[in-house]
Design a protein around this ligand. Structure first.
Ligand SMILES: NC(=O)C1=CN([C@@H]2O[C@H](COP(=O)(O)OP(=O)(O)OC[C@H]3O[C@@H](n4cnc5c(N)ncnc54)[C@H](O)[C@@H]3O)[C@@H](O)[C@H]2O)C=CC1
Ligand SMILES: O=C(O)[C@@H]1CCC=N1
Length: 267
């Protein structure tokens, strides 16, 4: 891969993607250029990864074959207004914003542009991201495959239909936040029972990691794996019964409904 990849915006998500790409060893640091209006962010990323820093969004759009718009959704319009004169049919625009449909972005450019809409997540930083991708009409299957390969540098990536992207945000783009809350809750519970906090985080994280790996590798239904932990009259079923009575699963499902709804209708 020797195409130039440019990032406009390098906050939480942009920097996680940059970090995941460079740490993978599959993308040469000389092929990555970033711009963020916060010079503090760009300086620190340049120092950490040795990547190039542009002076403006226009700089990034001129220097890159693939332009990743990693600013907040409400900034898309302004950034696109700045760069649209430079974007031609040889460049690929990659969006990562919640709520910005392909048609919305096409309207902002007011001309035919190749667009790949994606939804990454922050575990990209540690090479364990999960991303979804879809394309507009002008982008080719080859363009889509090329961007997918870039996203696979920092985790798994799947092509999906755009109408599933709101569901995808709920289960993947946003879900690290709820998983972190669960880890925090597990650790708090252990501290309550007398465990030192640093140990509590380690135990909680390993339990979550190991459980996820088991679901992925065992081909068993999660409910079966749960049943295997619940000895009759034992400790686990006490916890499971309490979680059921507090509406644990329905709280998660209803949170995801809110998340997908927001993504579907946000401006
Ligand atoms: N944070 C996450 O876990 C995920 C975020 N996203 C999407 O990623 C995008 C960015 O979100 P975050 O990284 O969380 O936000 P953030 O606020 O951490 O980063 C946005 C960055 O854009 C910069 N910025 C603002 N205006 C700019 C401009 N005109 N030109 C250049 N840089 C500018 C800011 O200085 C900031 O560093 C959003 O569209 C969001 O929907 C998608 C998936 C996951
Ligand atoms: O909260 C948000 O809007 C972004 C999109 C997915 C994760 N963070």
């Amino acid at each position: 891969m020797c195409k130039k990849i440019g990032f406009i915006g390098c906050g939480n998500m942009g920097s996680a993607m940059v970090g995941g790409m460079i740490k993978s060893g599959n993308i040469d640091k000389n092929n990555v250029i970033i711009f963020d209006r916060s010079t503090e962010k760009t300086s620190s990323l340049k120092e950490r990864y040795g990547i190039n820093v542009g002076k403006s969004s226009v700089d990034i759009a001129s220097a890159s074959d693939i332009i990743i718009l990693s600013v907040k959704p409400n900034i898309y319009k302004d950034v696109i207004e700045e760069i649209k004169g430079i974007i031609d049919e040889n460049k690929i625009i990659v969006t990562i914003a919640a709520g910005q449909k392909i048609t919305d972005v096409e309207k902002m450019f007011k001309k035919p542009v190749k667009i790949i809409r994606t939804m990454p997540n922050t575990p990209a930083l540690v090479g364990e991201g999960m991303s979804a991708l879809c394309k507009n009409q002008l982008a080719t299957e080859q363009d889509l495959e090329e961007i997918k390969e870039i996203f696979e540098c920092f985790g798994e990536a799947e092509v999906i239909k755009e109408d599933l992207i709101d569901a995808f945000i709920a289960v993947s783009g946003s879900s690290p936040a709820y998983v972190f809350m669960f880890i925090e809750a597990l650790a708090d519970g252990a501290v309550l029972e007398g465990m030192p906090r640093d140990k509590a985080y380690k135990m909680a994280c390993q339990a979550v990691l190991g459980s996820a790996k088991m679901v992925m590798e065992s081909n068993e239904h999660p409910a079966k794996l749960r049943d295997n932990v619940c000895s009759p009259g034992g400790t686990t079923i006490e916890a499971v019964a309490e979680l059921e009575s507090k509406g644990f699963k329905s709280a998660v499902i209803s949170a995801m409904r809110k998340c997908a709804h927001k993504s579907r209708y946000m401006k």
